[in-house]
Design a protein around this ligand. Structure first.
Ligand code: CO
Length: 506
């Protein structure tokens, strides 16, 4: 039975890839540029498509960009929220667009381009949606009363993050197929691997510069299902652990210490029967929250391989690990913790576009475990909420640290959408903020001042939507005190994205 299911999986990928949908007859339809937002939809402009590809050699700067800030801030996120007649349902579904803010001598230039994914190319060629996204999948066809599985393009819609690996830049989504791109002209260079059937991956791999290893995971959704932890070094791949699981839990990120790969397994579980059922819907519908199940922390031994320790704790939902490190015999695991998986539903565009959407917020939580003891100690690192966390990764990842940065919501009861940049001071157990009425910032990327010795001696780079002006700007904050150093404005809005990198020149 399992073999036939897998066979079906494989066959249906082939069948799906050549499907021609009815709407194709309508020809190429390109949405018009975003209409001006009405006065009361504020942040919702950040969930409208940006259809134009723009290159601006110099953009106006208010304030002073530190002269040492060079290189480029590359960001990834959805640019297009409808494909022809098909409206995408979820924030995670939009077609990938890359944005680059380049710095030189205090000046800033900007450019954006769509990633040339299979989905984007099909849209440009035929004006239709041909591939499955996380929360939208009109493409599933029924053969012999059994649905096909979601059809993923050869070049996936990698709209989540950007990884820098050995001088290369790669756009990532939750599939183990990186899409290479050129940071100078934002051209798409393509993919090196084919997606194995039914496999998910991570948009948040880890790199250890000391050992030159890259760490990632793979989730196998179809039997034999489970979680695989993988390391790579100089292109050589090693399976560190295989954890069989009929209902693998969804993961978005993980932690890395000197000795361990740290995995927080949450009880938002993949249900194969739903996935394979004719009315299964997009893949998000195949994950089910089971609050009666504990969450688990797995420590995978980086050297020996295998799961060294497993701990159980109250259920919680985590998109983002902040950092992990070893403190004597303890392993410290900092995460942005949601109470449950309801955050995923809250990120449907229908909800997000409402004035004052209701969006559950994550708290900065420290989980401490000690191998050989079952207890998990849990405490909040500070009051308030934080998401899209960043640190000075190159210096502090896997190490004791003091600062993290992110976005947050001033008043979660009134307005559920992020409206401030947050700095978390772990030593003092408090947060400080940058905020401005009508401004909606994205993930702040930390860039360290060359030669600095203080952990927070650098700038934060955040793309902010100015709802009043209906345009976006790049905000440059002094990470030490969260004061504004400069803002560089573009004449259009930039849809809310997820993650980015700052790459210094050279
Ligand atoms: Co993420």
């Amino acid at each position: 039975m399992e073999i036939s299911r897998r066979r079906l999986f494989r066959d249906s990928i082939g069948a799906g890839a050549t499907l021609t949908l009815g709407a194709a007859a309508g020809g190429l339809r390109i949405p018009q540029p975003a209409q001006a937002a009405s006065a009361n939809d504020g942040h919702a402009l950040g969930f409208r498509s940006l259809t134009d590809e723009i290159s601006l050699p110099g953009i106006p700067v208010d304030g002073r960009i530190p002269p040492w800030l060079e290189g480029v801030l590359l960001r990834n996120g959805p640019g297009l929220f409808e494909i022809g007649e098909q409206k995408l349902n979820h924030w995670f579904d939009g077609l990938a667009m890359l944005h680059a803010f380049a710095f030189a001598g205090g000046r800033v230039s900007y450019a954006n381009r769509f990633l040339q994914t299979s989905a984007y190319k099909a849209y440009r060629r035929e004006g239709v949606m041909k591939y499955a996204e996380f929360g939208t999948d009109p493409c599933r066809q029924i053969f012999s009363g059994v649905s096909t599985i979601p059809v993923i393009g050869k070049i996936p819609n990698a709209n989540v993050s950007i990884e820098r690996l050995a001088g290369q830049f790669r756009a990532l989504t939750e599939l183990p197929v990186p899409v290479s791109c050129d940071p100078h002209n934002l051209r798409t260079l393509g993919v090196d691997v084919e997606l194995p059937q039914g496999r998910m991956g991570t948009a948040h791999p880890h790199h250890d510069p000391r050992t030159r290893e890259r760490f990632s995971y793979e989730i196998e959704l179809v039997p034999p299902a489970g979680l695989r932890i993988v390391s790579e070094r100089n292109g050589r791949r090693r399976e560190l652990a295989w954890i069989p699981d009929d209902r693998p839990g969804y993961l978005h990120s993980f932690g890395l210490t000197d000795r361990f790969v740290v995995v927080f397994v949450q009880p938002w579980e993949f249900d194969l029967a739903t996935f394979l059922s004719p009315d299964g819907g997009p893949i998000v519908k195949s994950f089910q929250w089971d609050g009666s199940q504990p969450a688990r922390i797995l420590l995978v031994d980086r050297k020996q391989g295998g799961v060294a320790e497993t701990f159980e704790l109250d259920p919680a939902f985590v998109f983002h690990h902040i950092n992990s490190f070893e403190d004597g015999d303890d392993v410290v695991i900092d995460v942005c913790a949601h109470e449950d998986a309801s955050i995923v539903d809250a990120l449907y565009l229908k909800n997000l576009r409402k004035p004052g959407p209701s969006v559950p917020q994550a708290v900065p939580r420290r989980l401490t475990v000690r191998p050989g003891r079952p207890k998990v100690h849990s405490r909040e690192l500070a009051d308030g909420n934080i998401e899209l966390p960043r640190t000075d990764y190159a210096t502090v990842n896997g190490r004791p640290y003091r600062y993290a940065y992110g976005v947050g919501v001033r008043n979660p009861r009134k307005s559920g959408f992020v409206d401030r940049v947050a700095k978390l001071d772990i030593k003092r157990g408090e947060q400080s903020f940058w905020q401005e009425r009508g401004s909606f910032p994205g993930e702040p990327v930390f860039a360290r001042r060359p030669g600095s010795t203080r952990e927070d001696d650098g700038v934060l780079l955040s793309v902010v939507l100015d709802a009043g002006r209906k345009t976006s700007f790049l905000l440059v904050l002094d990470a030490r005190d969260m004061s504004e150093l400069a803002r560089a404005s573009v004449p259009h809005h930039i849809p809310f994205g997820f993650h980015g990198v700052h790459a210094a020149r050279g």
